[in-house]
Design a protein around this ligand. Structure first.
Ligand SMILES: C[S@@+](CC[C@H](N)C(=O)[O-])C[C@H]1O[C@@H](n2cnc3c(N)ncnc32)[C@H](O)[C@@H]1O
Length: 204
């Protein structure tokens, strides 16, 4: 197998396909639980809402909006807070961007609508990254020995199963049931591996 260097994470902002989304006055928004904001060596600010999605360049206005939404009950209240610094039109555009990027997540019936999220992309959708993890024998064998010492007779949930290698080890080590959870297309590959071993599989 030939692996190219890890793909540079695509810069999304400025290049968005905005999903249809109603910025309803009553809608509440949560900030993505996985949000990490950091400063790059060149001084630019980037945000990452999930490790399976590209980093997103942020500007001062985005940060202002995030701050306003932190305590706000909805867009109207958030707008009141930032109104001295930006127009309504600009506020709505920024809000649409942050929603589009899954940084602000609309709350519907007390929860989030996962079907609205951007599909996973970047690092973990790259088979080469998984190939490198699989051929790292120190890594795999360390997990293997921990799994064989701990999971016999237990129900195991592997969150972020990738190719399914650790779930397979858990089953081999005597787990009574294994849930392999993977958000990228790699999940289909893991399923194929489970089927090849004649294990019963159930996709969502
Ligand atoms: C470091 S890889 C590990 C893969 C596998 N467990 C292994 O050890 O070879 C992390 C995996 O977690 C998946 N992942 C990350 N966030 C996830 C989430 N919120 N739900 C499901 N899978 C997720 C990624 O797509 C990726 O395949």
């Amino acid at each position: 197998m030939v692996c190219l260097p890890p793909r540079l994470w695509t810069v999304l902002a400025g290049n968005l396909l905005l999903r249809t989304h109603h910025l309803m006055a009553q809608t509440q928004y949560w900030t993505s639980r996985g949000l990490i904001i950091h400063v790059e060596p060149d001084g630019s600010i980037v945000a990452n809402a999930s490790m399976s999605r590209p980093s997103i360049p942020m500007n001062a206005e985005h940060l202002l909006l995030l701050h306003a939404f932190k305590a706000a009950k909805g867009p109207e209240q958030a707008f009141d807070e930032v109104a001295p610094r930006m127009s309504r039109e600009f506020f709505e555009r920024l809000l649409a961007e942050l929603v589009e990027l899954d940084i602000l997540v609309p709350v519907v019936n007390g929860g989030v609508d996962a079907t609205q999220f951007l599909p996973a992309s970047g690092l973990w959708t790259d088979l080469c990254e998984h190939y490198e993890m699989l051929r790292d024998t120190v890594r795999v064998n360390s997990y293997k020995s921990a799994i064989f010492q701990n999971v016999r007779g237990k129900v195991v949930a592997e969150i972020g199963a990738g190719t399914g290698i650790l779930s397979i080890l858990a089953a081999q080590a005597g787990a009574t049931k294994v849930y392999a959870i993977e958000e990228t297309e790699l999940g289909s590959l893991a399923e194929e591996m489970f089927r090849a071993k004649r294990w019963t599989t159930a996709s969502p």
